[in-house]
Design a protein around this ligand. Structure first.
Ligand SMILES: [Fe+2]
Length: 269
C-alpha cells in the first residue's frame, strides 16, 4: 500500500494579513493540520502530503516559510506544485532543501513511493502562468511527461488546473490551455494514471480521455456550484477538508471532511 494525503489551495498569508481582507488562511491551515494529526492514527501509514497549488496567496518567501513551519509537526515528506497564486522562484527557493524541483524552468517533479503493498509514482506538473489566473501545459512539460509516464508503476499526476471544465463560469474563464497535448501523452502512456487537482475550491471529479481527474477542496474557502452565466463571482468562507489517495490493487480516493457530527453511534433500533 502506498498512500498520500492531498491538500490544496491553502492560500497562506502571514498574520495579521487576511486574504481579501477577510480570510484568516493561517488559522485555516492550522485547523487543517490539526485535523490531519487527529486522523493520522486512523489512516496510517501515510507516505507523503501533496499540495496541488495555491500554497500561498501572495507568493512571498515569508508565506512559504510559514507553510513549511505549519506542516512540519506532521513529519511527512511534502510534495507540491504551484497554482496561479504562487510565484515560481520563491516557491523553488522555499523547497530547495527538499531536492524536489529542478534548479530552473518549470516546477515539475517525479517521486516514487515504495509501499509494502505496491509502488506508486507521483508526478507533479507546473501549469502556472505568472500574472494569469489560467494555466498551461507547455511543450517543455509535455517533454517531461514523456519520461515521467514511462513507468510500469501506477501514477498520480498532480496539477493545479483541472483538465476539464467545471460549469462554474468564472473558474472556467481561468482554465487550462494545452489540454490536447496532455490528453495525447496520457493516451500513449502504458501506466495507469489518476489526475489530482485543485483550483476549484470544491470537490469534483471529471476526466481527460480515459483518465479520471479528481479535484480536492480548499481548507479555507469554497466556490459555489452555480452554473448560471450570471452567477455571483466570489468565495464563501468555510473549508472542505482533505483527501486520502492510495494504491494497492487499484486506486482509491476518499474525502475527509473538516468536521463531522457526534458519534459513532451503534447501529441498532
Ligand atoms: Fe485557489
Amino acid at each position: 500500500m502506498a498512500r498520500i494525503l492531498h491538500v490544496t489551495d491553502t492560500h497562506l498569508v502571514v498574520p495579521p494579513a487576511l486574504v481579501c481582507g477577510r480570510l484568516d488562511t493561517a488559522a485555516c491551515l492550522e485547523a487543517c493540520v490539526a485535523s490531519i494529526a487527529a486522523a493520522l492514527p486512523r489512516i496510517a501509514p501515510v507516505d507523503a502530503i501533496l499540495i496541488t497549488g495555491d500554497l500561498t496567496d501572495d507568493g512571498t518567501p515569508q508565506s512559504y516559510r510559514l507553510l513549511r513551519e505549519t506542516l512540519a509537526p506532521l513529519r511527512l515528506p511534502l510534495l507540491a506544485i504551484p497554482g496561479n497564486h504562487d510565484l515560481r522562484e520563491p516557491m523553488r527557493a522555499a523547497f530547495a532543501d527538499a531536492g524536489l524541483f529542478p534548479t530552473q524552468g518549470r516546477l515539475n517533479f517525479v517521486r516514487d513511493i515504495c509501499g509494502t503493498g505496491g509502488d506508486l509514482r507521483i508526478v507533479g506538473i507546473d501549469t502556472l502562468v505568472e500574472g494569469s489566473g489560467g494555466g498551461v501545459v507547455d511543450a517543455a512539460t509535455l517533454d517531461f511527461l514523456d519520461e515521467a509516464l514511462a513507468t510500469t508503476r501506477p501514477v498520480l499526476l498532480a496539477m493545479h488546473h483541472p483538465p476539464f471544465t467545471s460549469g462554474i463560469v468564472f473558474m472556467d474563464s481561468i482554465g487550462l490551455a494545452g489540454v490536447e497535448g496532455l490528453r495525447d501523452r496520457l493516451e500513449r502512456a502504458a501506466c495507469q494514471v489518476r489526475i489530482l487537482c485543485g483550483h476549484l475550491h470544491v470537490a469534483a471529479t471529471g476526466s481527460l480521455g480515459r483518465v479520471p481527474a479528481i479535484v480536492g477542496p480548499s481548507p479555507c474557502s469554497a466556490f459555489d456550484v452555480d452554473f448560471r452565466p450570471d452567477a455571483p463571482v466570489g468565495f464563501f468562507t468555510g473549508g472542505g477538508g482533505f483527501m486520502v489517495h492510495d494504491w494497492s490493487d487499484g486506486f482509491r480516493s476518499l474525502l475527509v471532511p473538516p468536521a463531522i457530527g457526534a458519534g459513532p453511534f451503534p447501529f441498532r433500533d
